[in-house]
Design a protein around this ligand. Structure first.
Ligand code: OSB
Ligand code: MG
Length: 366
């Protein structure tokens, strides 16, 4: 029987629009990959979306890089770490690489009939969950926080942008003086905004996420010395070396590890080791993934090196109906990894076809 690597492009309406400093998102347009080989079917997802607004990659570039440069290395079904070595000659494009790397993690753990988190190793089996809230009118943010706290979320993250930070954070702190609170600027400030950024110190945030440029470390290092609030890096950490450099120049104390941004789970674990060696903190973020990408994030979030609550909400936060058979639920602010084989998640074919924009075979081999 032939082996195949194929993709599905789906467009799924979000339960509510999600606004960050770089735009308002109404849909998740996800690229999902399927690998069928030797009687095993594995899945993964690229965290890219239609637009290159979070990073330079988008669905189009990911599909191009995967089709042309990465897929030839999938046919021999290497272990994920080996695959990453093989494709290191392709510069950057770590979202595209991550999609293939995680596909191999799912494949190999299913082949060994092991749950993904066990195959990864050092797993707590569950992860502490926080929520990431978009920018809405302040009354709505307050009511969403109230709902989230009722649901058991362990920390609240709100999106901010330049000029809107005080109007968002001050009323939240008035209502909730003691909750674990963080803010994510998604690169909206520059180093010239130090005076404004220092005003955020009064809100006693657990950390401020990615205030400066998407590929910056130097100015974050400068800013970190001028602010009392710890800096958390997201966009700037695209690989293991960036994480090492960040600690070397003290550009941040916290890292938001998104497996889909850093080239996959091998790099995520390596980054978490760098964090541990340097006495920093880390947590696992998300990119509004479907249940497929979410399963990889949750498996990583359960790793013993991860010490802060992540943006790994249950699927129902994002979509009325997900494309997977086994959505995650939350209990007392924790999400449990899936049991079963690999990610434990399979595609719900009807749901998938309802959201489908296009699909295609990338590669077929004997
Ligand atoms: O910066 O963490 C981010 C969503 C899309 C792009 C970037 C980010 C986010 C989130 C949502 O904050 C995290 C999630 O719940 O998946
Ligand atoms: Mg972020």
């Amino acid at each position: 029987m032939k082996s195949t690597l194929s993709y599905e492009l789906v467009e799924m309406p979000l339960n509510a629009p999600f606004e960050t400093s770089f735009g308002r998102q109404f849909n998740r347009c996800a690229l999902v990959f399927r690998l069928e080989a030797g009687g095993i079917t594995a899945y993964s997802e690229s965290v890219t979306d239609t637009d290159p607004f979070y990073s330079y990659e988008n669905n189009f570039t990911a599909l191009e890089i995967i089709s042309k440069y990465l897929s030839p290395h999938i046919t021999k079904l290497p272990e994920p770490a080996e695959f990453m070595k093989q494709v290191s000659y392709v510069k950057g494009h770590n979202m595209a690489k991550a999609a293939m790397e995680m596909l191999l993690w799912d494949y190999h753990s299913r082949k060994k009939n092991m749950p993904l988190n066990q195959y990864l190793g050092k797993s707590k089996g569950k992860a502490e969950v926080g929520i990431s809230l978009g920018m809405d009118p302040i009354q709505e943010i307050i009511s969403r926080i109230s709902d989230a706290l009722d649901m058991g979320y362990k920390r609240i993250k709100v999106k901010i942008k330049k000029g809107k930070e005080l109007g968002i954070l001050a009323p939240i702190r008035d209502h909730y003086p003691d909750i674990s609170l963080t803010a994510d600027a998604n690169c909206d400030y520059s180093i010239n905004d130090v005076d404004l950024l220092k005003k955020i110190d009064r809100f006693n945030l657990q950390y401020l996420e990615q205030p400066l440029g998407h590929d910056d470390l130097i100015y974050h290092s400068k800013l970190a010395k001028l602010m009392a609030t710890p800096i958390c890096l997201d966009e700037s950490i695209t690989d293991v070396e960036k994480a090492r450099k960040a600690f070397e120049i003290e550009a941040g104390e916290v890292i938001n590890i998104k497996p889909g941004r850093v080239g996959g789970l091998t790099n995520s674990i390596a980054i978490s080791e760098v964090v541990r060696e340097n006495g920093g903190h880390c947590w696992v973020g998300g990119m509004l993934e479907t249940g497929i990408g979410r399963a990889f994030n949750v498996a990583m979030a359960a790793h013993t090196n991860v010490d802060y609550a992540g943006d790994t909400s249950p699927n129902s936060k994002y979509f009325k109906k997900d494309i997977v058979t086994k959505p995650f639920t939350m209990q007392d602010g924790f999400i449990n990894v899936n049991g079963g084989s690999g990610t434990g998640v399979d595609v719900d074919a009807d749901s998938l076809s309802g959201y489908r924009i296009s699909r295609g075979i990338i590669k077929e081999w004997d």
